[in-house]
Design a protein around this ligand. Structure first.
Ligand code: NAD
Length: 491
């Protein structure tokens, strides 16, 4: 909740507008916490529509010269940015762990994924090329070039503070657009660092801007007539809202929503080699991944062994401050989110699921105020139960045994979300059937977190994705450009 109490000892963030850090017009603030210790480490200003307008004006002013900058020169800025990010790699990862809670290894992995987006965007001189055909009629030629749109905006969720903004920023600017980012108010610190680094890379003022804040900033971005495209990542309800509001205002929109991911285990799965991968899918980043396993669906006889191994894997995790060596699972993002996850566990018990490992009692001795929830395993969960339907976004595995692969696929199809899914099997035929009929658009075969790399499209289907073009790779280039067709005849 916003906290308006003035705290002189905690730094309030500024916005980044026109190449400078500037104070906002905010009168409300959001406290940023280190979730492992429960302490306030910063204050996010809840900026206003006027702050959004100032950033859009700066981006609008910067656009003509930036779009006229040759694409290879724009890419040079990103090469420098990549070098800066590498030089500060560990520092950024530590900021991510401090503001978000994930372990340092997980934070490093996410920063690496962010850098990979910068690397792929450096290929814009090739990726952005158009196409043409001569003599489409006698003496008439036709050429297509990709042109930037103008000012583009992106709105980020809390769970990957250093990575998700990189799904957009490098692709948007290398194609010649200017950019306004709203980080999650819960985790704005790594973005501040990364934009500081970007500023050292000869990027003209106004090409990249940051407006900190919450829903008012989001709504102002959706409505602002100067913004041509909006990218959003977050929960399904807000993704739908942003998609509707921003498309209504005539913008191009890609809105990635929430998830409920089904992980299917076939009787022929190599469980010895798979269980660590499966456990990582459910408990990595404390379950706060849009690609996290949520429903574990063992088929037939493999139920008992899957259950026993999953229980053992959950019990083997070391919960604690992700900044400390040896810790394998950090806290969830906030006290409020901890209450929400605990509420789901209670609902699971009340609705008749069988609780095998109970994370409600987990305490971390040297971090008594951290927002910890221990790894939790439920068996005998149905999709009619609240925990079998809702996205919990915490370290809770719900096991739902079925008899056949068809039943498993039908379960997935019955759910409105369709982000990612995985199958564990040694059968090529089963894997093929599964991948073909999965509703989710990111499919893992003996892979627990089916995350497409930066040169492939990232995004789900149904209520997990609203829009047409997905994130990064060729779709990213398409999203940020318009195809201009010139048909010419010379006398
Ligand atoms: P969220 O929807 O609460 O917030 C996302 C962004 O929207 C934030 O910047 C926030 O300030 C803003 N926002 C929140 N409520 C708003 C409202 N009512 N109106 C306008 N703007 C609002 O999501 P979160 O809790 O930050 O992130 C977790 C969610 O994101 C999960 O559902 C997760 O599955 C999803 N997610 C999806 C993907 C994907 O690729 N599909 C990736 C990462 C996270």
């Amino acid at each position: 909740m916003p906290d308006v109490a003035a705290r002189r000892d905690v730094q309030t963030l500024d916005n980044f507008v026109g190449g400078r850090w500037v104070q906002t017009r905010a009168t409300d603030f959001f406290d940023v916490h280190n979730p492992a210790v429960g302490e306030i480490i910063g204050r996010t200003p809840l900026s206003t529509a006027a702050d959004v307008d100032a950033a859009v004006q700066a981006a609008t002013l910067a656009f003509p010269a930036w779009r006229d900058t040759p694409v290879n020169a724009r890419a040079q800025v990103l090469y420098k940015f990549k070098a800066r990010l590498e030089a500060h790699f560990d520092e950024i990862a530590r900021i991510v762990t401090t503001e978000h809670g994930k372990t340092l290894d997980e934070a490093r992995g996410s920063v690496r994924r962010g850098i990979e987006c910068v690397e792929v965007a450096c290929g814009a001189p090739s990726l952005m090329q158009g196409f043409g055909l001569e003599d489409i009629a006698s003496g008439i030629d036709c050429h297509v070039v990709r042109q930037p749109l103008g000012v583009c905006a992106a709105i980020a969720p809390f769970n990957f503070p250093a990575m998700v903004p990189m799904w957009f920023l490098p692709f948007a600017i290398v194609t010649g657009n200017t950019f306004v980012l709203k980080p999650s108010e819960q985790v704005p610190l790594s973005q501040r660092k990364m934009v500081d680094l970007l500023q050292q890379c000869d990027l003209p003022a106004g090409v990249v801007n940051i407006v900190n804040g919450g829903r008012d900033v989001v709504d102002a971005m959706c409505d602002h007539p100067g913004i041509r495209a909006v990218s959003f990542v977050g929960s399904t309800a807000v993704a739908k809202h942003v998609y509707q509001r921003a498309t209504h205002a005539g913008k191009r929109v890609q809105a990635l929503g929430g998830a409920k991911n089904f992980v299917v285990v076939m009787p022929d799965a190599d469980l010895e080699r798979s269980i660590g991968i499966i456990s990582e899918s459910f408990y990595g980043c404390a379950g706060e991944r849009c690609l996290a396993g949520s429903m574990l669906v063992p088929i037939g006889d493999v139920h008992r062994e899957t259950r026993d191994r999953m229980v053992a894997a959950a019990q083997a995790l070391k919960v604690g401050d992700g900044a400390q060596p040896g810790v394998t699972m950090g806290p969830v993002i906030s006290a409020r989110h901890r209450e929400r996850v605990l509420g789901y566990i209670e609902k699971g018990v009340a609705e008749g699921a069988k609780l095998l490992v109970d994370g409600r009692q987990t305490r971390v001795a040297d971090r008594p105020n951290g927002y910890f929830v221990g790894p939790t395993v439920f068996d005998e969960v149905s999709t009619k139960m609240t925990i079998g339907h809702d996205e919990i976004f915490g370290p809770v595995a719900s096991m739902c045994p079925v008899k056949t692969l068809d039943e498993a696929i039908a379960l997935m199809k019955s759910h409105p979300n369709a982000n990612a899914t995985s199958i564990f099997t040694s059968s090529g035929k089963a894997a093929r059937e599964f991948s073909k009929h999965a509703t989710a658009s990111m499919v893992g075969v003996n892979i627990g977190v089916a995350a497409p790399m930066a040169y492939f499209p990232f995004g789900g289907a149904k209520d997990s994705f609203f829009g047409d073009l997905k994130v990064h790779g060729r779709d990213g280039i398409e999203f940020y450009t318009d195809k201009k067709v010139t048909i010419s005849r010379w006398f």
